[in-house]
Write a protein that binds this ligand. Sequence first.
Ligand SMILES: Nc1ncnc2c1ncn2[C@@H]1O[C@H](COP(=O)(O)OP(=O)(O)OP(=O)(O)O)[C@@H](O)[C@H]1O
Length: 430
Amino acid sequence: MQGESSGLIIGLSIGVVIGVALAIIAFFCYKYHRNRSQVGNNSSRRTATIPIRTNGADSCNILSDSSFGTESPRSTIQSGVQFWLRGIKKANVISASGILEYSYKDLQKATFNFTTLIGQGAYGPVYRAQMPAGETVAVKVLANDSKQGEKEFQTEVMLLGRLHHRNLVNLVGYCAEKNQHMLIYVYMSRGSLASHLYDEKLKPLNWEVRVQIALDVARGLEYLHDGAVPPVIHRDIKSSNILLDQSMRARVADFGLSREEMVNKQASNIRGTFGYLDPEYISTRSFTKKSDVYSYGVLLFELIAGRNPLQGLMEYVELAAMDTEGKVGWEEIVDPRLDGNFGVQELNEVAALAHKCVNRIPRRRPCMRDIVQVFSKIIKSRHTGKQQYEPSNPRTDEVTINMDQLGRRSTNPEHKRVESIDSTTESIEA
Ligand SMILES: Nc1ncnc2c1ncn2[C@@H]1O[C@H](COP(=O)(O)OP(=O)(O)OP(=O)(O)O)[C@@H](O)[C@H]1O
């Protein structure tokens, strides 16, 4: 009897031990599977938040801001692109947005210790760099003392990495090291449009090249306005922000002012460049795509007249418009450096379009898509011979506008940038 009960106790004890062991194993199995499924979820969420860019000349395949969830642009870069880059740092790897991260040392070497200066902008110097693989790039070093540097850097990398078009000066890389921020762009070997219009040492641009540049810029802007998601307003279209490649094809550069917009939608300061600013924007402080169209119209007149907008270009245009009624007779404002070598009909078409772009009422201005179509048609009809190309040689004594009153063409392409205008301006009636 005693033996039987002790056997029962031993049996029960073994059963309890086995049961507890099984329960512990089952608990750990459950925890292990739960953790695995959480890791899976996390990684798929991370993949979805990284912006993906499709490379290609005219690619418009960019994810909209909604793909970033509620994260700020800054945290998105840190948790997304930089998450990947930290792991494989300084290896010149392609980041998730298609942009290369360069090391400070490599850029120092490629710019011969930052001695190859090619320009100086509002945000710092720009250097030419010869990369080890043979390609030449432009390195924009953001000034250390720039208060906006950090914010702009983060936003510009995020924004430009997602924009890619053959008529934009595309961002190809960046460097964030040694307290320095650098942006690396496609190198534009022929420099800025402003230098070609105003530097007497450079050969004057012929009419065909000017029209092609106008179309290239229009295509770049059309992409920003209608191809990019979300749309991008450039905010500083001017001849020094149009850069030319070896074959004189143009690209739109410097998205400096759209950076501010991305970070601070409440930005209230008036920004842009005197001479190119939409009067409607000055009065309402609201910048729209049509404000870019206005600046583009000024740029078109600059191409036609070879005059600096800071030195009376638009007054000159308005005087001429009285004679032309905006449609014909624009020959009198043509750049004398063209020496009469332009098609009169073509000139009047381009000038009439430019005049529409600078209409005081924004809704009467064409959109960039329409502008691209007008230029494509002009160039196409030139090739198909539909439009007569009659070079005109206007005699200088036929010029009816007093050029001295309005100031002569500038030899200095420096345009004065507006950072802030605090005084209230009168509103413009629609
Ligand atoms: N990608 C590039 N390729 C070749 N040259 C360039 C490139 N980017 C800039 N530059 C040169 O450097 C100069 C300064 O450029 P940056 O964009 O910094 O300023 P900006 O447009 O001239 O002036 P701001 O900053 O006031 O708009 C340009 O005028 C141009 O001559």
